[in-house]
Design a binder for this molecule. Structure first.
Ligand SMILES: [Zn+2]
Length: 393
């Protein structure tokens, strides 16, 4: 009998609002955006003038006050829950910023992706959902069914003009049988990733082709006259291609992260390398293109869903320079050296596979484990060899 866990999973479907519903949605998007932007400004000003920040609860109280001011009375037409959720989103954006996961929250633009979340009082039926204050059911195409209870509904409109509904569903799933294998991976510019088992996954070629097309469409868009019909056409073409590329990339990353977490009980990665490389502006774009950040995020939650571990070795060691056989540190190694021989033990190394092996060793040494359902990695004593090799934090 396998263990089971409760997880929250998102299900997203294309929605088909009627013209009347579109008008209604537009107003809800607008209200959520207004509240978000307004309180982003309020929180900033408050902090600048008093040095003290505002909490979610503070802003929720202020929102009630705001609705009583005649010029903002239009907010009362909207679902109060939707407005509160906008404040929750804002609060999360601030928390992410404070914990250094993201940049300072930005104002939401009328031209960007629009969305609002409804946390309760909705009803889901076959291929439609009834939202509070929306009188008619909003139709969507449910291509995949879920088993579990729906926690919230988010309605969104992409810049391409398409509408979506996503459901956050709480499900109980069985954990797969544990496996014996563990692996270290090195994320790189040469290959998308290299594993300590010696597998290399190339950067997908289509991504390059799609990005080229994307750049062309961007140029075309920039050349059109502001406010012209051609500009709108070019904007839509661009938005659709952006979506297509994002989808392709996501599919690629999902397949890969699924496979890694399926075949291994623990996956070790090195996270500092990503940050360091990002500082190099010339490389930053190809890294952002390859979606490492998203990849790590996927590994993280898939580890949790499968009862497996993602270990991040992020502090201390130069995985590329160390010989994975004897621990000799080769400071002479240049960026262009794809292969090298260890001057000490003469082992022949593929640069990336060697790095992946070191990352695997670091992970096994119990540097860091993440995922709630993972038994904590025991901090064992380090062997003399490991100490000698500098593989100890
Ligand atoms: Zn060596």
């Amino acid at each position: 009998m396998n263990d089971s866990i409760t997880i929250q999973r998102g299900y997203k479907y294309r929605a088909y609002p009627t013209d009347l519903q579109k008008q209604w949605l537009e107003r809800e998007f607008g209200a959520a955006r207004f509240v978000y932007n307004h309180f982003l400004d309020v929180r900033y000003t408050q902090y600048k003038t008093t040095g003290k920040g505002l909490s979610y609860a503070d802003t929720a109280k202020l929102l009630t006050v705001l609705k009583h001011i005649p010029q903002h009375a239009w907010l009362k037409q909207s679902n109060a829950q939707v407005l509160q959720q906008a404040l929750v989103n804002l609060d999360m954006a601030f928390n992410n910023f404070f914990e250094k996961r993201t940049k300072y929250p930005k104002f939401k633009s009328k031209r960007g992706r629009q969305s609002f979340r409804v946390p309760q009082a909705f009803r889901v039926e076959d291929n439609s959902v009834i939202l509070p204050k929306m009188k008619t059911p909003l139709r969507f195409k449910q291509h995949r069914k879920w088993r579990g209870s729906v926690k919230s509904v988010t309605v969104s409109k992409e810049t391409s003009g398409q509408y979506y509904v996503s459901f956050l569903v709480e499900e109980t799933v069985d954990l797969p049988q544990p496996v014996e294998t563990e692996v270290g991976i090195d994320l790189g510019l040469h290959s998308f990733l290299v594993t300590s088992a010696g597998n290399k996954v190339a950067h997908p070629k289509w991504l390059n082709k799609s990005s080229k097309k994307l750049r062309r469409l961007k140029r075309q868009h920039a050349r059109t006259k502001k406010g012209s019909a051609n500009r709108e056409k070019a904007r839509l073409r661009l938005a659709r291609q952006e979506k297509r590329v994002a989808q392709q990339r996501k599919d690629f990353l999902h397949r890969l992260s699924h496979q890694l977490m399926d075949e291994n009980q623990a996956v070790s990665i090195e996270t500092l390398a990503v940050k360091n490389l990002m500082r190099n502006h010339r490389l930053a774009r190809s890294i952002a293109d390859s979606g490492w950040g998203e990849f790590v995020r996927q590994l993280e939650y898939k580890a949790k869903w499968n009862g497996r571990a993602l270990r991040k070795a992020d502090r201390w060691f130069p995985p590329t320079q160390l010989c994975s056989c004897c621990g000799y540190r080769n400071t002479e190694l240049m960026l262009k050296d794809r292969e090298w021989d260890c001057p000490s033990c003469r082992a022949h190394h593929d640069r990336d596979i060697n790095a992946a092996r070191n990352i695997d060793t670091a992970g096994r040494a119990g540097i860091y484990a993440s995922g709630e359902n993972v038994r904590p990695v025991k901090r064992r004593r380090f062997s003399r060899k490991e100490e000698a090799y500098g593989l100890v934090p």
